[in-house]
Design a protein around this ligand. Structure first.
Ligand code: BG6
Length: 276
């Protein structure tokens, strides 16, 4: 087990697994198990802290999407987090931590969302598993509300990808701008998809392709499924035209309803990604 860090990123190596976390956005950009890339990160991703990273797991807080006073997806993914160091290191697991408070976050945005808060993010590697725990604490004297999401880009072969665990759920479809119910026993992607699956009771979601990845969530209510497909991919300047074939975003979050925190209260959301 080793943890190496420089001013830009921290790399954890634990057994057959490695992960890299950029301090910009506390974005996990890579999780490899036995040299298999579980996460997708675009070859054109901008890693110099001038734009949210196109891949890995950007942290979306305190606003999902463009609906609200802030720019799309809020400030957590475009702020430089504080590295807290190695929190646990033993034969079973290695955990590193990051934190973000108002004075470290992007000022243009905290002027608009002016509350005192603390985010703490723990990234744990153990065997074939990446575990992420995000804690939001209200340090202000007023209540605040927020939406939150782990914008997880998974490596896949999109024509073979099947996502299990979302059957029978209400969806808010960002492409057709309609609400519906998805009754498919598993989801396949054959065009642009941008959907919020609401109130996902099941904790285990499975992405099946040539390999298989299991996502477990705890505390997060909703799941966003996103693939830009051909035209939107071409319009993204930090994404190669053909890369939509190699990724799917399955993003656990609380986005359909805001979370309200009173002064002193905390909220916790966790995600586990298992490479099987
Ligand atoms: C998803 C949204 O979470 O993120 C999509 O549902 C959005 O609507 C996508 O296009 C990517 O957003 P961005 O800001 O990283 O280009």
């Amino acid at each position: 087990m080793t943890v190496t860090t420089n001013e830009h990123s921290t790399i954890i190596q634990h057994g057959d697994a490695t992960a890299e976390i950029y301090h910009y956005g506390a974005t996990v950009t890579s999780f490899k198990y036995k040299n298999r890339d579980v996460l997708f990160c675009s070859k054109k991703a901008i890693l110099n802290g001038t734009k949210a990273i196109r891949g890995g797991i950007p942290v979306v807080f305190p606003q999902f999407g463009p609906q609200g006073p802030l720019p799309q997806h809020g400030f957590a993914r475009v702020s430089k987090w504080h590295y807290l160091g190695v929190l646990t290191e033993n034969t079973h697991q290695t955990t590193v931590g990051f934190s973000l408070e108002k004075h470290q976050a992007l000022e243009q945005q905290t002027k608009i969302w002016p509350f005192l808060f603390r985010l703490e993010y723990h990234v744990t590697l153990s065997a074939n598993t990446l575990h992420l725990k995000l804690v939001v604490k209200n340090l202000d004297q007023s209540a605040f509300d927020f939406t939150v999401l782990l914008h997880t880009y998974l490596q896949t072969q999109i024509h073979e990808a099947q996502v299990f665990g979302l059957q029978g759920l209400a969806i808010n479809d960002g492409v057709s701008k309609t609400r519906d119910v998805d009754n498919r026993s598993y989801i396949t992607v054959e065009g642009e998809v941008d959907r919020v699956y609401e109130h996902v009771g099941l904790n285990a979601l499975t992405l099946k392709d040539r390999q298989s990845t299991v996502l477990l969530k705890n505390g997060f209510k909703d799941v966003v499924v996103w693939n830009p497909w051909i035209e939107k991919a071409k319009a993204l300047n930090d994404f190669e035209d053909e890369e939509y074939k190699n990724m799917i975003c399955i993003e656990v979050g609380n986005v359909s309803e805001k979370i309200v925190l009173n002064p002193g209260e905390s909220w916790t959301g966790e995600q586990t990604i298992v490479a099987v």
